[in-house]
Ligand binder design. Sequence first.
Ligand code: TMP
Length: 200
Amino acid sequence: MKGKFIVIEGIDGCGKTTQIEELSKWLPNSGLLEKESRLITTREPGGSLLGKKLRRLILDNNENNKPSSLAELLLYSADRAEHISKIISPALKNNDWVISDRFCDSTLAYQGYGRNINLEIIKNIQSIVCQGEYPDLTFFLEISPEESILRRKNEVPDRIESEGIKFLQKVNEGFKIIAKEKNWKVISASQNIKTISNQI
Ligand code: TMP
């Protein structure tokens, strides 16, 4: 038996991390997992050992280290290839469940819709990178770009978070299109934490 693969997507500040914490407290006692199955929570970028190094490189705010859009796409893809090979696939094969904070469609939303890289090129790269592992269920936590910026006003932004509202609007529109195409569970993330976690 193969474990289940759950992904949570959304723009920065939508509350993915909090909801993953809530879900990972609830799931082990939900009766859904088999007795011997473990629950693994992970994230992109940065879910593997190499990925942690890549995350620092990718999100570095130093203007001199800013990658080109194509290099950025390939760095996120390298992170994912390693994440799938070393963490996600072995866990699922072992009948463990995996919850990932972001996956392939973050690349389509941020580098595709956000950076205007050709969507077909991204899809082709992701079809190689994903090695046949696709989520069983994806939740999209939806907030407006304005709310995203407001929620993060006291935080030091990483390189992607520094892009500003226009970029975020394009990413958000992208996520909405993908959510419709792929029949994701869309949840309004403007609600309180408990209401959202109950819905999930
Ligand atoms: P996080 O803050 O949700 O951990 O994600 C780090 C940033 O990386 C976030 O601003 C979204 C961005 N990102 C992409 O641009 N492309 C991707 O493929 C992924 C996984 C994240």
